[in-house]
Write a protein that binds this ligand. Structure first.
Ligand SMILES: [Zn+2]
Length: 291
């Protein structure tokens, strides 16, 4: 069994001498909770687990209050893969698949042709978005290509998930470093010796020690991560109010209420005729509504 130290955390480390930074993630409950919201076939549970791990690793590298959203949309067996991580360590994600899905399909067959969109959403509403075509034989390779094309940053990712828990490792050239050095290739060679089983089973300190015990590095305090959905009644109201009131009244007349289920966490929000009326009444009173 995986030791409990550092479960559901992301830990940053830097190699003091060669302008390379790293992140290691060890995720257990956060993954099983996120996967419990739907009945995923195994290969898609693995894919969502890897995407959540990647989002957790990447969110920890950016110094911003807000969230990082990883989205892949293609024309393969998967329509959309989404993973979100906030600066507070809140993770959520999901995958939509279609009836062409085959259990033994490769990443390329699952995704088909499409695009990877990386969004950084600041709390102060500043938004950064990068888009690349989906490429590579794995999600990790696809994200590595994003960083090379979109940010010109050499990045290597190792992602592993067994359908219940996950582990991940990231190495990235510091933005200020000019060119790739022999040190970079040396560190990547070391990291390549870890296998998926070790990545999932070992705690973060054990992964770093196993790979880099001969290197001079500084390890930071781990940041805790958990499955947490940011949906709220207020956010659903803000969506409903953009719709046609007559249409909503029609649904209430037919079903007795409007039901909105959050796809990320399965929470149900219900609005009866009084809720709908007061929503639109409140909106007429205060045209400049807040989030
Ligand atoms: Zn939710």
């Amino acid at each position: 069994m995986k030791n409990n130290n550092g479960k559901d955390s992301v830990t940053r480390f830097i190699f003091e001498l060669c302008q390379v930074r790293g992140e290691v993630a060890s995720l257990s409950n956060s993954i099983s909770d996120a996967l419990a919201t739907k009945e995923y076939p195994h290969s898609l549970a693995v894919l969502v687990g890897q995407a959540l791990t990647a989002a957790a690793l990447l969110a920890d590298t950016i110094k911003i209050d807000g969230s990082l959203i990883l989205q892949l949309q293609g024309d393969g067996m998967v329509d959309a893969l989404v993973a979100q991580a906030t600066d507070k360590g809140e993770l959520r994600g999901l995958v939509h698949w279609n009836d062409r899905y085959l259990p033994d399909a490769s990443f390329t067959e699952l995704m088909g042709k499409g695009r990877l969109v990386m969004t950084v959403d600041g709390e102060d509403k500043q938004r950064y978005q990068g888009v690349v075509e989906i490429s590579g034989e794995s999600l990790a390779k696809c994200i590595e290509a994003y960083f090379l094309q979109s940010e010109q940053l050499a990045t290597r990712l190792w992602l592993a998930c067994d359908g219940h828990q996950a582990g991940g490792l990231l190495l990235q050239q510091m933005p200020e470093s000019k060119s790739l050095t022999n040190d970079w290739h040396h560190l990547v060679t070391l990291a390549n010796t870890i296998n998926e089983h070790e990545l999932v089973e070992l705690g973060p300190n054990d992964v770093v020690h196993r790979l880099f015990h001969q290197e001079e590095l500084r390890i930071f305090e781990p940041n805790n991560v958990s499955f947490q959905c940011s949906c709220s009644r207020k956010k659903i109201e803000n969506v409903l109010i953009q719709l046609d009131k007559a249409e909503l009244d029609g649904i209430v007349e037919q079903d007795g209420q409007v039901n909105v289920d959050c796809e990320f966490c399965n929470l149900s929000y219900r609005f009866d005729s009084v809720d709908i009326s007061s929503l639109f009444l409140a909106n007429t009173d205060t045209p400049s509504r807040t989030q």
